[in-house]
Design a protein around this ligand. Sequence first.
Ligand code: PEP
Length: 269
Amino acid sequence: MRKFLIAGNWKMNGGEQFTFDLLSVIKNQKPAISEDIDVLVCPSFVSLSIAIDQLHKSDVLVGAQNIHEAEKGAYTGEISASMLVEAGCSYVLLGHSERRAYYHEDDALVHKKLQTALRNELAPVVCVGELLDERKENRHFEVVKAQTLATFEGLTYEQAVQVVVAYEPVWAIGTGETASPEQAQEMHAFIRSILAEQFGDAANAIRIIYGGSMKPANAQELLSQPDVDGGLIGGASLDAKSFVSIIEIAESLTNSVREIDSPTTLEED
Ligand code: PEP
């Protein structure tokens, strides 16, 4: 069974005090998390240490929002994967649409960062998703296919199953507009079919999470879709009550609707 991943992307919000306060409320409202789901928070770089200290005895994982593609060197202002691992991070967000749009990160760069993350045993959450115009022009499958193929190009099965794909239709990010559960399921199943062409049954082990204005009011329907394996949550993850409520919805769904077979491993093939 694929474990749900409920991940909060805090973006450029909150310094140390904000981080401490928000995590205190989350821990207070949700002292224990079911082992059937993974919960992740991705604060800003300067707030990672405080988050890691505060969460080290909890079940909540900590990730970063970006890395540099090089291992180390003369890259003023950048952060390497190994620094994040040493700090205690286990995940990193890559290829978020805001980084693609504002920092000109293309598929080739995202792929280099992904390889660097994997080399350092940092699990990558790679964002893919179409712009509004691309959906209106009915090019959304083509766009997401190209991003997905570029992400997984040349990966082994062992590497591929470390990767989480976040389908984030750009028109739904921070807009309050959400993909319908049917639109999300359709795209997630499509992404999985692309992965199946490359990795066979192992595609069933790769998590594909949804991002784009997920909130307590729509999480149940989205997370009930068979190929939706969690959420990448921006705005609602900055509100402890909303984030905890989404975690609880995911927990309540693990037993009822998620009857996904374990993938066939390569050894069994
Ligand atoms: C995001 O930035 O990854 C995101 C999904 O944001 P929001 O939930 O605010 O749409």
